[in-house]
Ligand binder design. Structure first.
Ligand SMILES: [Zn+2]
Length: 259
């Protein structure tokens, strides 16, 4: 099945194909993730050039197939996210978010909720919200799309919802301090990290303006999220590896006081 159509979409990635053509993967709002072939798109003067840059949203027009390769002809209403294109940190966080979105669902699966959630994350980073916090919220909530449902609500033993918590693989969720002894292999995570991951699991991005995390807390959250991802998701994305390397020198490069 093929149809000439147009759909709003976000560029996931593009790569050169032969000398002058490109393969472009787009997360479309109306047809999920789709791989497009764009003839001549690798030529410098091709009008598609700006539309297929990383971190660009546009309305893409072409021959859309429900399986196999689709064909991209043109684009309109092109909206580049300039800050993500230019800032090395935001670029890294945004690339990881897109990588996760690309890994979480199969191609051609209609998922406007994930599309909106992904687009919103990138847009807010571009508008100046804290990139790491946005990325963390995205990481926590997208776990469900990988089929991983964890109990962040209450202690797996007594259902308590307040106090200090740790994460337990045995209970696939949190344990209150009184019940830490029920699982000697619990994560031994920083309780502040668990506190924020619980929060990130249930908030929307609007709440982010009220969150201001210290570097130390960010590191603890990163560590716990990495542990969760190693255990439940097991992805090895290049973009994540880059973020890991980046964290080694970002303390030096970033301005001292982030607001
Ligand atoms: Zn308990």
């Amino acid at each position: 099945m093929a149809q000439i159509g147009e759909t709003r979409g976000m560029i996931l990635f593009s790569r050169d194909y032969k000398e002058k053509d490109k393969l472009i993967k787009i997360f479309t709002e109306s047809a999920g993730k789709v791989m497009f072939f764009a003839k001549g798109a690798h030529r410098a003067n091709n009008p598609l050039q700006t539309a297929i840059q990383p971190f660009t949203e546009a309305v893409f027009i072409g021959n859309l197939k429900t399986d196999g390769l689709s064909f991209l002809n043109s684009a309109k209403d092109i909206k580049p996210l300039r800050k993500l294109q230019e800032d090395i940190f935001l670029n890294a966080y945004g690339s990881y978010i897109l990588g996760l979105a690309d890994s979480a669902i199969e191609d051609h699966i209609y998922d406007p909720a994930l599309y909106g959630f992904t687009k919103d994350a990138l847009q807010r980073m571009n508008d100046g919200a804290d990139g790491e916090t946005i990325m963390n919220i995205f990481e926590v909530q997208i776990m469900q799309r990988f089929g991983v449902a964890l109990n962040w609500q209450s202690c797996g033993v007594c259902q308590k919802t307040t106090g200090a918590f740790d994460y337990s693989s045995k209970y696939n969720g949190i344990l209150c301090q009184e019940h830490w002894s029920m699982d000697p292999h619990r994560y031994h995570a920083d309780p502040r990290a668990v506190y924020f991951i619980r929060m990130f699991n249930s908030i929307n991005y609007d709440a982010i303006n009220t969150i201001n995390l210290k570097l130390e807390t960010k590191k603890a959250i990163r560590q716990t999220l990495d542990q969760l991802y190693d255990e439940y998701i097991g992805l090895h994305l290049k973009s994540k590896k880059f973020i890991d390397q980046m964290s080694e020198w970002q303390d030096v490069l970033k301005p001292k006081e982030e607001t």
